[in-house]
Design a protein around this ligand. Sequence first.
Ligand SMILES: *Cc1c(COP(=O)(O)O)cnc(C)c1O
Length: 387
Amino acid sequence: MKGRKILMIPGPVEFTPEVLQAMGLPTTSHLAPNFMDVFGQALERLREVFIAPSGQPFIIAGSGTLAMEMAAANLVEPGDRVLVVNTGLFGDRFVAILERHGAEVTQVTAPVGDVPSLEQVDAALQKGPFKLMTVTHVDTSTGVITDIRNLAHLGRKYDTLVVVDGVCSVAGEELRQDEWGIDLTLTASQKALGVPPGLAIVVAGPRAMEVFRRRKTPVRSFYADWTNWLPIMEAYEARQPAYFGTPPVNLIWALNVSLEQILAEGLDNRFARHRRISAAFKAGVTAIGLQLVPVSLEKAAHTLTTIYYPEGIDARLLPLISEAGAIVASGRHPVIKERYFRVGHMGAVTGADVLVTVGAIEWALARSGYRFDVGAGVAAAERVLAE
Ligand SMILES: *Cc1c(COP(=O)(O)O)cnc(C)c1O
């Protein structure tokens, strides 16, 4: 038997064979001409994938949390007021990071599974001024998606910098940084970008870079300071040697391969594929009577699905789903942690992966004594995929 299970968690996800091959190439010098070319090309391609022609990309060794800290460290000075549009665990994390860097944080929140309304955010912004606002595009703990386009519009109206945590959305959910007026988008390699964990990625727009340049106090993190990294990014883009900290050579090689694949698929096609996969998966699990955490489909992300266990079932379901061939994730949000599970479907994910996963969930539920029409979930998912 193959003994292979598919990895359906909200990051790390499964990667394409070409991306994995790049991870295994002989590691070159970080100053080798062919690596300078790869790094430079990856920076250029990030502008395309973020749809941010005016943006300054940064690629740094670290996880998504470092990308969040990089935004806070470089844009915030002690005493600055920041508005956090909080939709779950990663909103809480942004509050902690911003406060660590001296920000005075105000939050707009919503019940678990919901997102704050535009009116709520507008009312909060009116009580400003705020130097910046942060919004999580897809909160991976609750599975909800925010209306970034209209939220960024509000940020513009109040002359507040708009920072988007796109860790679970960039290259999966539609996001148009420049056109929508976003000042900084951040992500990590291991989610919809489709590269093994280890890269923190930030694209900062001109207004964010201007705020950074006008700082009165030094950035209070040596490693995260753009003063150190900006010359490095500029040098690689000019195919010139430069050093501040050794870049993760193989990861950047793999990133460049993934970005090439993303652009070859076409961003609009890729967004549409994530919507279709998500619709099929959600149709599958709701057809067998399961309930989603997001309060409505309009507020549900397309890169992952969060699902309540039915009555009488708990996290003991997860090892059974794994036994049936799909690895899914446990709950993360403290308020409902024990009551739900999460399934990631982003990056190179296919319709076949959806069918296997819905089938594995059905098998595990049947084993656990849940009464339902076995096969109805797979059939519903298949119908959406066939549309
Ligand atoms: C995963 C995630 C993070 C944290 O990324 P790490 O790479 O785990 O540090 C931050 N924000 C969101 C929305 C995420 O999904």
